[in-house]
Design a protein around this ligand. Sequence first.
Ligand SMILES: Nc1nc2c(c(=O)[nH]1)N[C@H]1C(S)=C(S)[C@@H](COP(=O)(O)OP(=O)(O)OC[C@H]3O[C@@H](n4cnc5c(=O)[nH]c(N)nc54)[C@H](O)[C@@H]3O)O[C@H]1N2
Ligand SMILES: Nc1nc2c(c(=O)[nH]1)N[C@H]1C(S)=C(S)[C@@H](COP(=O)(O)OP(=O)(O)OC[C@H]3O[C@@H](n4cnc5c(=O)[nH]c(N)nc54)[C@H](O)[C@@H]3O)O[C@H]1N2
Ligand SMILES: [Mo]
Length: 767
Amino acid sequence: MSAKKNFNDIALTPLHLEKLHQTPFKNKAAGLPAVFSSMKQMLQYMSVANALKSSLALNQKGGFDCPGCAWPDPDDERSRIGEYCENGIKAIAEEAQQKAIGADFFATHSVEEMGTWTDFELGKKGRLAEPLLLKEGATHYTAIGWDNAFKMIAAEINSLSNPDEAAFYTSGRTSNEAAFLYQLFVRMTGTNNLPDCSNMCHESSGKALSETIGVGKGTVTLDDIHDAELLIVIGQNPGTNHPRMLTAMEKCKQNGGKIIAINPLPEPGLLHFTNPQNPGKLLSGGTALADLFLQVRINEDVALLKAIMLMMLEAETQQPGTVFDRAFIEAHTSGYDYFIKSLKQHSVDACIAQTGVDKAAIEAAAEMIAQKEKIIICWAMGLTQHENAVDNIKEIVNLLLLKGSIGKPGAGVCPVRGHSNVQGDRTMGIWESAPDSFLNKLEDVFQFKTSRNHGYDVVNSINAMHDGRLKLFFAMGGNFLSAAPDTLYTADALRKTNLTVHVSTKLNRSHLIHGRQALILPCLGRTDTDMQQGMPQFVSCENSMGVVQMSKGVLNPPSKHLLSEVSIVCRLAHATLGDRFNVNWRALENDYNLIRDLVEKTIPGFEKYNERIKQPSGFYLPNAAKQRVFNTVTGKAHFSALPMNSNNLKTGEYIMMTIRSHDQFNTTVYGMNDRYRGIHNERRVVMMHENDMKEAGFQRHDVVNISSHFNGEMRSVQNFIVVPVPIAKRCVATYFPEANALVHIDAVAHTSNTPASKSVIVKIYKA
Ligand SMILES: Nc1nc2c(c(=O)[nH]1)N[C@H]1C(S)=C(S)[C@@H](COP(=O)(O)OP(=O)(O)OC[C@H]3O[C@@H](n4cnc5c(=O)[nH]c(N)nc54)[C@H](O)[C@@H]3O)O[C@H]1N2
Ligand SMILES: Nc1nc2c(c(=O)[nH]1)N[C@H]1C(S)=C(S)[C@@H](COP(=O)(O)OP(=O)(O)OC[C@H]3O[C@@H](n4cnc5c(=O)[nH]c(N)nc54)[C@H](O)[C@@H]3O)O[C@H]1N2
Ligand SMILES: [Mo]
């Protein structure tokens, strides 16, 4: 196919059909190709010296926290050549580019021209080098001094008729120190409008877990994963998105553990793994991971879990006390009888029929679960981004409660977080609906009155911009436009604001879709050294398992005009609030230890923060559920009686999930290949089962248009290429963010308001 460019709106990734090349879907992950791929990536954009320096410091005690995912580092021994994975290396190579783009670059490229570039091209231009302003009506960004930029934002904030007319987004890379000051500043302006990437990510997990077990986080450590008798990995693709988790899964297997994988795709990393950090294993061919793979249809996990629990119930009824943990249920849970009553209303066969999985495989899973006592369930976006996402996770909790598998070694819930500090940002108060206990404490420590209005989350922010209720949109990192659902609707929303501000490391599409005026504020990244008044500073992050660790960059920043996120918050707060509150923003900017002292005063679990953060492996935050203390209304863990969901696909309809390729970090496209799935050089693809293709009359690599249908409204995207893959029937997959325009703004998970970007009902037509 010849390369062609064609686009209607610069909010969308332009159509840029390249030369698609398809190879067989792989059946194993990592190994030597991963080592080669990561080396190639690093050396393409970095000097050998910087590549070495950064890979040696990656995830080492005293080094920097990988800006990739939030998977924890081992507490004890760490690989000496760096605790890295292929995709961590790509994340660093992406951030640590030496090329920097400043006002000269933006003088030669208009906003409109940049809109014709793909996300891959945008990202490869280099690091942002100086603050930039897009004046009203201007076609190009031009340089602006830092002070003027802060004055401009401050004037805008101070002229709002109501503080709730501004929203302050956070992506999950922001450090604890920056996040704490940022939410404090935002709350001092008088609003709780703190939408964050969590709203699109694990919000459903947080909601379900806090209601059922009293803590919105996971309850396991890395050692628990190693010690589990059974790991269930559901709705997650660790081979691509958390590659170091494969090492933990391998250890679990070596200790005699079993693994069940539940996914509409036979993701290579779930099935087989060759550890690239273990030279012996590279030659011997690696470890078979999953003992059982259940190829569930998209969003039929509730049916699957119900089928499994019905089978377990049957076995328990026949031999009471052999399957369920009666003592645990009795002592620590509530709602068991009602839950069982509601479960019995479903028939096993009807549940099985919905899942698309063989009965024998489900029976095998039920039997494995029945026999084990130490079970951990890991999940990610495959469960959280559906309308019934919160129920998905409550159903997982039901299963674990039946087995008494929460709050003991080798057992528990493991929502695997995405962004490297997304969990820490929440702990620091980046939350549009923070609990009163948090706000009360903030008031105590800082002597001011917080607003008690419920703030806007991501979806509510977009709607508020659309309706003119939001005038200013400020983003601490991220790529809001491309990460959010319903791309064109979100673009319209952003265009209605007076001012959009992005604190960023790299150019992205959100800089091109803007309010009446727009600012880009370039900041230091995780890999950069951070000096304040001649003194080196470090920050800290919390990983997916509640460990808080120091992170200290090692590379020279790519431009001398960059500020740290902490500096940006402090200077903006000072420009906006002056001396109105009892906070010495200048002192905090100069010494991050002082920020940690304030965190210690405000947030439980951070006692002796400055002392303990210097421990080589950091420290664990307390987790009550892990100790079988359930901070729910009843003081017990709750069983939930949940309805069955059904996708009800009509003829010609498919259910579509929007997923990540192996060469991307969210909206940052590192490369054009999805190596494990065998898709190369093209991202505008729709993955389909061969039988479905045949039925629809599609040939391999036909070009199609896709439309989605929600609440009587239609959305569509053009020119996607059909690729046959071994996906569950009637299920299709596209990449995020190319297909985000199909996710209707109102298609959200009940109660968590997370966009349902993994269950989009679509029709597919030949283009
Ligand atoms: N390299 C890299 N690492 C990353 C990221 C990245 O983009 N690149 N992103 C980071 C972030 S922010 C996050 S949140 C995580 C995301 O990590 P994942 O959740 O693993 O990412 P997705 O690609 O969205 O994959 C979802 C997986 O769930 C499956 N799935 C989809 N729908 C269903 C369903 O209904 N049921 C079941 N059982 N499975 C389903 C898909 O087939 C896919 O394997 O990764 C983090 N780490
Ligand atoms: N359809 C669909 N949509 C989705 C998802 C999906 O699976 N399907 N996943 C959702 C999920 S799980 C998430 S978490 C969101 C992600 O949403 P976001 O977090 O908003 O998006 P990212 O692509 O991670 O943001 C990348 C940008 O962050 C900036 N950046 C990188 N590092 C730093 C840093 O250290 N500091 C600052 N200030 N900026 C930095 C760079 O400019 C880069 O362009 O997307 C969500 N959207
Ligand atoms: Mo995420």
